[in-house]
Design a protein around this ligand. Structure first.
Ligand code: MTE
Length: 394
């Protein structure tokens, strides 16, 4: 496509915030310090985690940039940025979470393969853009379609970037046509993040945002959108981002036995403390995030100071000072995380634990061993940190 380059090496990477913890330099994968996540409900763009599989594409001629839509009844359609800007604009707060969030801790049971991540491979942003349902309606596919007259049941997003897993081809993923054409699912073609033009790291000029679903399906730097009969056959749908039972290893794995992971399960983590802490007083405030997939809200966050024997309920909020309620009538952000806070009085040595319960009463598993999988995805086990009080003012 004119005006676009997908560099095959890393000479044109954008500048990045020096506070980011780099988990892999090329491709660039980095997360902010834990504490940054709870200092604001909306994560600043420069502190938002970056998850890439290849070099960041260069789009230097927006006038000539366009997205092609194929698999339609008639001829392929091409949409320019102007066509997308002309559609109604929506701003949606949504948490994006990498399925590999907390992967490093999964390796403590048994080594897993993949980029290591602490607990900050997620962030909450306000995405601005057109609804995919409106874009598809514009090209002739009505709202809430399950199948097109020519048998299309899935919507595939294909990027401009180049990654080695696709043998130098582009990153791609798909969602179902029913999700894509459901205006209530809030799937966006986003061109803004937190009120600013999307930056290069996060998908400039246009990316998909699929709320409530693992980050891998929110394809950046869109090149084409294809209406297809079967789900996308790309590497990241078929040979990655699937969960397997703990008994499956690299010798007996059969990727075709599992479906691509879509919704994110319930998750929470403590961000105001590191894994090991020495604190001056026994009165401390425990803060963190909680989020679930599929638009399910957070019903409760429990915090323990004795390794999980007894629990107190944390307070939850999205807007500071406004208690959070997960019901549809409230003005809570359905697709966004909930921050939590609990004041606790700890003994000299404490194991502080947090676990969240979502509105479907799904709860995080106690131990990582039971959900161990060879690719190290979806570590949603109880989050634990160790705290010692340095003064004997107990
Ligand atoms: N889109 C493209 N084109 N290339 C990628 O490498 N990574 C995916 C997704 N979309 C990726 C992509 C993954 S695994 C995640 S978790 C999110 O983008 C990360 O988005 P972010 O870097 O904006 O945080």
């Amino acid at each position: 496509m004119p005006g676009i380059r997908g560099p095959s090496e890393y000479s044109q990477e954008p500048p990045r915030h020096p506070c980011l913890k780099i988990n892999s330099k090329e491709p660039f994968n980095a997360e902010p310090p834990r504490a940054a996540l709870v200092s604001s409900y909306v994560t600043p763009v420069d502190l938002f985690y970056k998850r890439n599989h290849g070099p960041i594409p260069v789009v230097d001629d927006l006038e000539r940039y366009c997205v092609s839509i194929t698999g339609l009844q008639g001829a392929e359609k091409t949409l320019s940025m102007k066509d997308i800007w002309n559609l109604p604009k929506y701003t949606i707060a949504a948490t994006l979470q990498c399925a590999g969030n907390r992967r490093t801790a999964m390796s403590s049971t048994k080594q897993v393969r993949g980029v290591g991540w602490d607990i900050a491979a997620l962030g909450n942003a306000v995405w601005g853009g057109a609804k995919l349902a409106d874009v598809l309606q514009l090209v002739g596919i009505p709202y809430n379609s399950r199948v097109t007259p020519s048998g299309g049941k899935h919507v595939e997003f294909v990027s401009i970037d180049k990654c080695k897993e696709e043998n130098g081809g582009p990153y791609k993923a798909s969602i179902t046509l029913s999700q894509a054409t459901n205006p209530e699912a809030d799937v966006l073609l986003a061109y803004e993040m937190n009120g600013e033009t999307l930056n290069r790291d996060h998908g400039y000029p246009l990316r998909g945002i699929v709320p409530g679903v693992i980050g891998a399906r929110s394809v950046k730097w869109l090149d084409s959108i294809n209406i297809i009969a079967e789900e996308c056959q790309g590497f990241f749908m078929q040979k990655d981002y699937k969960t397997f039972p703990p008994s499956v290893n690299w010798d007996n794995i059969d990727w075709s036995t599992r479906r691509p992971q879509m919704d994110f399960p319930v998750q929470c983590a403590i961000c105001s403390l590191e894994d090991e802490n020495i604190v001056p007083t026994s009165k401390i405030t425990v803060q963190g995030y909680a989020a679930s997939g599929g638009g399910r809200g957070i019903e409760r966050v429990d915090v323990s100071i004795d390794g999980g024997k007894t629990w107190v309920e944390a307070s939850r909020y999205q807007k500071p000072g406004v208690p959070y309620t997960a019901d549809d009538e409230s003005n809570s952000d359905k697709w966004a995380w909930v921050l939590f806070e609990a004041e606790v009085n700890i003994p000299k040595n404490a194991v502080i634990v947090a676990k969240a319960v979502d509105t479907a009463a799904n709860v995080q598993p106690e131990n990582v061993e039971t959900i161990w999988n060879l690719r190290g995805i979806l570590n949603t086990s109880w989050h634990r940190v160790n705290v010692k009080v340095s003064h004997s003012n107990l």
